[in-house]
Design a protein around this ligand. Structure first.
Ligand SMILES: Cc1ncc(C[n+]2csc(CCOP(=O)(O)OP(=O)(O)O)c2C)c(N)n1
Length: 399
């Protein structure tokens, strides 16, 4: 069964007019609330109170964790961090709309999704420190989270590699007839990788139960979207590949939630992928190794200021909504922020006290059975340490 835009390509129409085509009506970003948090489309005002409060708590946790961990890098307590300031609605709202057993292939700025699924601050702190409690055993950079129990595949640094993997998983779910999707997050920059295009075409033609979720936050480190692509963003590419596609206001929790819920339904019903392009703005530096003010100068900001004003702050928008409903009072957010600050600081302090994994761990797990060359390298390491061990601070590793 072909699920693409037209049932067969063989009935291609002919014309005696010579017309080149470059544009078509811009894809509009779907929104349910305005930038203040007032509902403008009642049909989609449908998130029950308890669920909305859970989502909101995850968004605020994400934001507080970002502030403290980012500062911790400045204090040399962790070596690297990436905030997701301003993108909390798209990461939390989308994952809240899929099922817990759906497999997530993240990029790296989606800690909100992981927090919503139940990843604790303690687990975050252990990963960021790379101590012996880190499930990755300290072998990944900070923010390369992963959790088998939460169906969250470990972040990988090379951009775009997660996208074809998600096409593959989604293909498996379809041929096995499972009520499961693979959802992958990626940025506007990662969508310039060849992997993105192969993944999209694979998923569309072979019909993967995959949700492609592009966080279009206007920048790939210092490259603005106007230098990243010349067409109508990433959404246009979904249509070109013959996929159900929507562009949403990524700072509108209700829009993200509803579009993702509908996308999941279509993916399972049609056994075919969907693309969501969430429009947002990267509120912070790219990472702690970046200083955005160098390229987000006055001239650059003049181009995006009206978009930023239209998007507003995703947390404030939900907060205003909750207050108008009288589901939270004025102190609610201050109180949870205060509790979170204590918890995050404690977790970081505890994680810092823990030793790094045993030095043997750097040789484990790569192969099912350790090959001879690795065994030899481990031997060499021990011989080296027998001679020069006093020059290393071996106490910082687990015994
Ligand atoms: C294959 C590859 N090329 C380059 C990089 C360096 N790099 C890391 S993040 C990044 C920008 C990605 O931007 P985007 O996908 O828009 O995501 P965002 O950081 O905006 O969330 C680049 C170029 C990399 N990690 N891997």
């Amino acid at each position: 069964m072909r699920t693409a835009a037209f049932s067969t390509f063989y009935d291609v129409p002919f014309s005696n007019q010579m017309k080149f085509k470059k544009d078509y009506p811009r894809i509009k970003a779907f929104r349910v609330m305005d930038e203040e948090g007032n509902i403008i489309n009642k049909e989609y005002e449908n998130i029950p109170k308890e669920k909305l409060l859970k989502i909101f708590k995850a968004m605020v946790t994400n934001s507080e964790a970002d502030k403290i961990f980012n500062m911790a890098q400045r204090q040399n307590r962790i070596s690297f961090y990436m905030t997701s300031i301003g993108e909390e609605a798209s990461t939390v709202g989308s994952v809240a709309a899929i099922k817990d057993h759906d497999l997530i292939y993240p990029q790296y700025r989606e800690q909100g999704a992981l927090i919503y699924r139940g990843y604790t601050i303690k687990e975050m702190a252990n990963q960021l420190r790379g101590n012996h409690y880190d499930v990755g055993k300290g072998r990944q950079m900070p923010v390369h989270y992963g959790s088998e129990k939460l169906n969250y595949v470990t972040v990988s640094s090379p951009l775009g590699t997660q996208i074809p993997q998600a096409s593959g998983s989604g293909y498996t779910y379809r041929i096995k007839g499972e009520d499961r999707i693979a959802m992958t997050f990626f940025g506007d920059g990662a969508a310039s990788e060849g992997d993105f295009h192969s993944a999209m075409n694979f998923a569309a033609t072979l019909r993967s139960q995959t949700l492609f979720f592009c966080r279009n936050n206007m920048f790939a480190i210092s490259t603005p979207v106007d230098e990243q692509f010349a067409g109508d963003g990433i959404g246009a590419r979904g249509i070109a590949y013959g996929m159900n596609t929507i562009r949403v206001d990524g700072n509108d929790l209700f829009a993200v939630y509803n579009a993702t819920k509908k996308a999941r339904k279509m993916i399972i019903k049609e056994g075919a992928p969907c693309l969501i392009e969430a429009i947002s703005y990267r509120g912070g530096d790219h990472s702690t190794s970046d200083f955005a003010e160098l390229y987000r100068n006055e001239e650059e900001m003049a181009k995006v200021n009206s978009l930023i004003a239209k998007l507003g702050n995703p947390i404030t928008r939900v907060k205003n909504y909750l207050e108008a409903k009288k589901w939270i009072d004025e102190d609610y957010i201050d109180n949870i922020r205060k509790e979170l600050v204590v918890e995050i600081r404690e977790c970081l302090k505890d994680a810092t006290k823990e030793p790094f994994p045993h030095i043997d761990e750097m040789f484990n797990d790569v192969y099912y059975e350790m090959p001879q060359h690795l065994k030899e390298q481990r031997e060499e390491m021990y011989e080296h340490l027998a001679k020069y061990g006093k020059h290393y601070n071996l106490d910082q590793f687990k015994r």
